[in-house]
Design a protein around this ligand. Structure first.
Ligand code: 2RA
Length: 331
């Protein structure tokens, strides 16, 4: 029978996009329950022409629920995910809380769909947005040439910080336009007309947690324990799409034409690559869209068997909400 679905964090940027994806993709469900903090309870949100009232999240919220999409931060997932799972609900969690748990699959449906079959804790983890977008560009190349190492720099939209990140950029741009001083609430430095080489906290080896997610999650999703990854994650004044510059080294010899060919008829990712005619993907091309876009494919001039490429994707959509809904569709 059709499942009863809940969204935890329904009023956040990703939660709103999850509701939109369920509606746009005509997801078969018997009912949709919208859960959020006490502060948001009572809010009215539309779904399929109806008005739904947001309810306060409690441990009893999951009675009778078959699938719960979580996107309310790691703390909420750790506190409420297990009680939802033990109530018989399948939890699809967008936070980083469970991603590296060996008993919890980490899934990008176009890459490792079979992993959903082994979820003994009734929890499936949604990967980090920049990992999803990078791997949407890299997985087809891995299947053809055998991925060995990744050197990447990310250009991450402020939506990755949630609605507050979007507001911060908007408010700073307005303040600067009016010749007013800017306020720093979300980021340690001004984000408007600037870039910040920090996403998430720094760790002992000088990399941030975000940079280490690309390494650890990339290995788990591709099943490549030896995959080498070095990543620099940068916050940029873009609203919704992440862009990623990648140098990837492979086991087999690579050439550009063969590399471009791997994207033909590939679900979820399209080639947009004719740079001499000004054709390459930019964040405005993917915002609000499902597909990730790949361009600037070229033979690397430094390493053997290596390609450079540029991947762009909507962080809120394929980077979070859509991927979670696609996992629910797999179920
Ligand atoms: C960010 N990937 O962009 C992290 C969490 N969404 O901030």
């Amino acid at each position: 029978e059709t499942p009863k679905v809940a969204i935890v964090g329904a009023t956040g940027a990703v939660g709103e996009e999850m509701r939109l994806c369920l509606e746009e993709r005509d997801f078969p469900l018997e009912s949709l329950t919208l859960l959020a903090s006490a502060r948001s309870a009572g809010k009215k949100l539309s779904f399929r022409g109806e008005e739904l009232t947001v309810k306060e999240l409690t441990h009893d919220s999951f009675e009778g629920i078959d699938i719960a999409l979580f996107s309310a931060g790691g703390g909420i997932s750790l506190t409420f995910g297990p009680s939802a799972a033990s109530a018989g609900c399948m939890v699809i969690d967008n936070s980083s809380a469970f991603r590296m748990d060996p008993e919890i699959p980490l899934v990008v449906p176009e890459i490792n769909p079979e992993a959903v079959k082994n979820a003994p804790k009734n929890i499936i983890a949604n990967p980090n947005c920049s990992t999803i977008i990078a791997l949407m560009g890299l997985a087809p190349l891995h299947e053809a040439f055998g991925l060995r190492s990744i050197i990447a720099s990310t250009y991450q939209a402020v939506s990755g910080s949630g609605a507050q990140g979007i507001v911060e950029l908007e408010e700073q741009m307005k303040a600067l336009a009016a010749g007013q001083p800017v306020e720093l609430k979300v980021y340690p430095r001004q984000i408007a007309f600037n870039v910040i080489p920090q996403v998430d906290a720094f760790t002992d080896n000088g990399y941030t947690k975000e940079e280490l997610k690309m390494l650890n999650e990339g290995r788990k999703i591709l099943g490549l324990d030896e995959l080498k990854v070095s990543c620099t994650c940068v916050r940029v004044p873009v609203f919704r799409s992440h862009s990623i510059s990648i140098t990837a080294q492979f086991e087999k010899p690579v050439d550009v034409e063969a590399a471009k060919a791997v994207y033909e008829n590939r679900a979820g990712v399209k080639l947009m690559d004719d740079p001499s005619n000004g054709v390459f993907p930019v964040p405005l091309d993917t915002t609000g869209k499902d597909d990730c876009l790949v361009g600037r494919i070229r033979k690397n001039l430094v390493f053997s068997n290596a390609l450079d490429l540029w991947v762009v994707g909507d962080q809120v959509r394929k980077g979070a909400a859509l991927n979670a809904v696609q996992i629910a569709e797999l179920l």
